[in-house]
Design a protein around this ligand. Structure first.
Ligand code: AMP
Ligand code: MG
Length: 524
């Protein structure tokens, strides 16, 4: 196994001089060196071969004993110096002080085909930032992270990737629903891959400690390596940096809204400075279209991180980042304008994204109204978001919107309670489809062309919450086939895959209120 190792983060930025793995406050440093914990009996569950080849590993490499040793954390590769990053963050709206990589350990950076990748283990043991926790991760949450990272990538959503999923052979104690019922679960380790894992919180921690010098070093490092178009040397560089982060964050959120992804824990320590989806914990996928939905039971009361509020929360988090970067800029105006721009640009980008979901290539002033009415109608009765939009492409310029309910045939499969489609509800849908078909007649493209375009933006297959749970249940019983099958399925989320139709279906009733399917906690 040969990797082209070229570390920069732990070479160019200040390190914590203390190499002991004791929990502590770390000041004036961006990270602490730490060695991953040895595992009892590592066992490979799944490798994303595509990610392996992206970092320069062959299939032979990934099946080797060395691979298992390195990516379970048992062996530190020569020429590498693993470390945990120091960061802070706002959790659920409150400043939480130092957090840091409590169970993530960055192994190394590799450069392959001119691209830089950081390889990071999650669940490889405690670090100086572990606070009161054990630094470990369990199989269920690791399957969720591994599969979802890759599914998101193939959906076209900016995200961290996942190379491997390895059972540690150790048992890990978790109180899954925080209700006093602790139990041992199989431990696992995922190797995440991204250009960098720097978060908003990496900057915030230095602002909180009034350590502008270290923050400036981190900002310069981030700009130099990841925003190379920005010219360093004056304050304007940091303004441009902030604007670029805001733009990338905006793009990411629009994608989340497009595919129905709810992150679940949008704390500032879980927002990537590169606009990548990061930290797959109690995330979920909209089944019934419901802007108020959140999968995270820890957030059940206030629903801060609900589907319909993700853009506002991103903006709130950007405010915190702006506050953190202020000492490097010392002028609030350009930061305020960037935040203002986010609001406007988001409206525009969201509108454009929804037009694409509806297959509209022309931009008409009234489209906002058409979209708003659709969003209202989707909530009249429980309506599956993925199935509705995918099947909407079957409606065309000459579709008849007559009396009765025949006009709903193309999307009928999306309704969880077809018996509720009567009188008022049916009339509202009839009205909307009437508008929609009339609107389609303005389009110059053919129905066929539109269908093709829509099927590239409205996925057929997403990692529905119960699907991940089925893979977890099987894997817990020692059968990893479904992990692999779902990984393969979700590599082509926009393709028809006729032999996989069973996954193009509404959530089964048994999964409605099942833990892991609709209810997830932060315990992982
Ligand atoms: P989260 O919001 O789940 O991303 O995590 C918040 C903080 O808790 C981060 O600093 C994590 O590194 C840390 N953390 C979460 N789970 C563990 C664990 N099992 N052991 C150590 N630290 C953890
Ligand atoms: Mg986190």
């Amino acid at each position: 196994m040969k990797l082209n190792i070229q570390d920069t983060f732990n070479q160019e930025l200040p390190a914590d001089p203390n190499r002991n793995n004791t929990r502590r406050q770390v000041e004036g440093a961006c990270y602490s060196f730490v060695t991953p914990k040895k595992t009892a009996k590592p066992q490979l569950v799944h490798v994303a071969e595509e990610v392996a080849s992206m970092i320069g590993l062959s299939e032979e490499d990934t099946q080797s004993a060395a691979f298992l040793e390195v990516f379970s954390g048992n062996k530190v590769l020569e020429g590498t110096d693993p470390y945990a990053m120091c960061y802070g963050g706002h959790q659920f709206g409150h400043w939480a002080g130092q957090l840091g990589d409590g169970r993530a350990i960055n192994l190394m950076e590799v450069v392959h085909q001119d691209l830089r990748w950081t390889l990071q283990l999650k669940g490889a043991g405690e670090t100086p930032y572990s606070r009161s926790a054990d630094g470990l991760a369990v199989l269920r949450s690791s399957i969720r992270e591994h599969l979802c990272s890759e599914a998101m990538h193939h959906l076209g959503v900016p995200t961290t990737r996942s190379l491997s999923l390895i059972l540690s052979g150790d048992q890990v104690l978790r109180d899954m629903m925080y209700d006093g019922n602790s139990a041992y679960e199989p431990g696992a380790i995922v190797c995440r891959v991204a250009p960098s894992f720097i978060r908003f919180g990496n900057f915030q921690i230095f602002a909180a400690r009034q350590d502008s010098a270290t923050m400036q070093r981190l900002a310069d490092y981030t700009i130099k390596h990841f925003y190379p178009k920005i010219q360093l040397g004056n304050r304007e560089a940091y303004v441009q940096f902030f604007e670029a982060v805001a733009q990338r964050t905006l793009k990411m959120i629009v994608h989340w809204q497009r595919v129905g992804f709810v992150h679940g824990v949008m704390n500032t320590d879980n927002l990537s400075i590169l606009g990548l989806t990061i930290d797959y914990g109690p995330y979920g996928w909209l089944e019934g279209y419901d802007p108020d939905w959140t999968p995270n039971t820890t957030d059940r009361q206030f629903r801060r991180y609900r589907f319909g509020q993700q853009a506002e929360i991103a903006l709130w988090n950007l405010y915190q980042l702006a506050n953190a970067l202020y000492p490097l800029i010392e002028d609030t105006k350009p930061l305020e304008s960037a935040l203002e721009a986010f609001k406007e640009n988001y409206q525009q980008a969201y509108l454009q994204m929804m037009r694409e979901k509806l297959g509209l290539q022309e931009a008409l002033a009234d489209d906002n109204g058409l979209i708003a009415k659709l969003e209202t109608n989707l909530q009249l009765t429980e309506t599956d978001m993925t199935i509705f939009f995918r099947n909407l492409s079957k409606v065309g310029k000459t579709s008849e919107i007559a009396e009765g309910d025949a006009f709903l045939a193309p999307v009928r499969e999306a309704f969880y309670h077809p018996e509720e489609l009567e009188d008022g509800v049916l009339d509202k849908w009839r009205e909307w489809f009437g508008f929609y078909v009339a609107r389609l007649s303005v389009e110059t493209i053919s129905d066929e062309e539109r269908k093709e375009a829509m099927n590239k933006t409205n996925p057929k297959y997403v990692l529905r919450n119960y699907m991940a749970q089925l893979a977890i249940d099987a894997a817990t019983a020692g059968d990893y086939r479904l992990v692999n099958d779902l990984y393969e399925l979700l590599k082509k989320p926009y393709a028809e895959q006729v032999d996989q139709e069973k996954w193009f279906a509404k959530r089964p009733e048994w999964a409605r209120d099942k833990v892991g399917c609709s209810m997830l906690s932060c315990s992982s």
